[in-house]
Design a protein around this ligand. Structure first.
Ligand code: NAI
Ligand code: MG
Length: 356
């Protein structure tokens, strides 16, 4: 029986996760499967109360006792610099070595794109973001703090091993899913050391995938093309920082943060699923948060657990909610977070998977 650890977190993280768990349990029940779901109390409240974000024992339990982790979002204006977010989320990404951050951006309905020149062209941009190094390793420091001569150094770490494994993951995915092209995004013109390593590794690994088109782009040009002609992209592989930024842009182009799911994976070992969005303190507690990103994470989770039929059932129900206007205000609907969750859970029965 798959064991799932659920970390609702802060703000709308708790609101959308409640809906995701509802849908996950209903979907499992409909197909006669049982899941063991355990809720974990981690987030700003506990951090403010106890000064502890996550303990060693909890890291170990999350690493060893679960098949997958489902996380809402972390972040609270009362916690300076979101220290608990870094400890918990970045802690899990680094300690479980979740080197693949997979962020699919699919235009599920042409009406969802803010771009007015798409003319019905399909958009699907699968971003493979390197998730364990780059600018997010927090190597560096501040010198002569609070003086006019203050210096801040923030290093960008790129290893051959790290670049190789994320590039290979992107190509493997493209091959498995029949995606026509892998685009590597960097800034090799201005950051030539990292760019040189990424480009050489991309060419070396890409040689094993001759059937897949391969190209490299600078990140500024890629940002422009995500808006100007997003249909030119299929699979994108890039660094931690560029992947973070481009995935918010790709999400916006395909319907917004309220729809975008993500998976943090060490293939064969560990996986953590979370919506791309944060805790959205500006709308927390009002019942208007869109739960579809969190719900679509459940589809990614079922797929990871080896149940593509169940994944498809969840994804189809989410798509049906959008098609039927059963959505929160960010997508033009008038339902609450809870009502969308209920609607999707009820639609599961009517949205049988095509494949199983
Ligand atoms: P955010 O993603 O929380 O919100 C950005 C904007 O999108 C806001 O206007 C928000 O209302 C809207 N939005 C986000 N998710 C939505 C949803 N499901 N439905 C409807 N509207 C939605 O990003 P922001 O405001 O930069 O960060 C807020 C907090 O979240 C910060 O503490 C930040 O550090 C944290 N954060 C946490 C992440 C995580 O846990 N993985 C990721 C990004 C931010
Ligand atoms: Mg981000």
């Amino acid at each position: 029986m798959p064991r799932i650890a659920v970390i609702p977190g802060d703000g709308i993280g708790t609101e959308v996760t409640r809906q995701a768990v509802k849908v996950m349990e209903r979907a499992a029940a409909l197909s006669g499967r049982t899941l063991e779901v355990t809720h974990w109390d981690m987030g700003a409240e506990r951090y403010l109360r106890t000064g502890v974000a996550i303990t060693e024992a909890e890291f170990r339990a999350l690493a060893e006792d679960y098949d997958a982790i489902l996380l809402g979002a972390l972040g609270d204006p009362r916690v300076a610099d979101d220290a608990h977010l870094r400890e918990i989320l970045l802690g899990l990404r680094f300690r479980l070595d979740l080197y693949v951050n997979y962020r699919p951006n699919v235009l599920l309905d042409p009406r969802l794109s803010p771009l007015r020149n798409l003319d019905g062209r399909p958009v699907r941009v699968d971003i493979f973001r390197e998730n364990t190094e780059g600018a997010y390793v927090n190597l560096g420091g501040i010198f002569r703090k609070d003086t006019p001569d203050e210096v801040a150094i923030q290093e960008d770490l790129n290893t051959r091993r790290g670049v190789e494994r994320i590039v290979r993951a992107a190509f493997e995915y493209a091959r498995m899913r029949g995606r026509p092209r892998v685009t590597m995004v960097d800034k090799a013109n201005a950051l030539p050391a990292a760019g040189s390593l990424w480009r050489r590794v991309f060419t070396e690994v890409g040689a094993g995938y001759p059937e897949i088109e391969q190209d490299a782009m600078f990140v500024d040009a890629a940002a422009m093309d995500l808006v100007r002609r997003p249909e030119r992209f299929a699979v994108v592989v890039t660094s931690n920082l560029f992947g973070d930024i481009l995935s918010d842009l790709a999400a916006a182009v395909t319907g917004g943060l309220g729809l975008a799911p993500s998976a943090n994976v060490h293939p064969g070992r560990h996986a953590l699923f979370e919506p791309v969005h944060g805790s959205a303190p500006d709308i927390a507690g009002r019942g208007v948060a869109n739960p579809l990103a969190a719900i679509r994470c459940v589809a990614l989770l079922f797929e990871y657990l080896g149940d593509p039929g169940l994944a498809e059932r969840v994804e189809n129900a989410a798509v049906a909610a959008i098609a039927g206007g059963k959505t929160t205000p960010d997508l033009g609907g008038s339902l609450t977070t809870d009502q969308v969750g209920d609607w999707v859970a009820a639609a599961l029965a009517a949205a049988p998977p095509r494949s199983s």
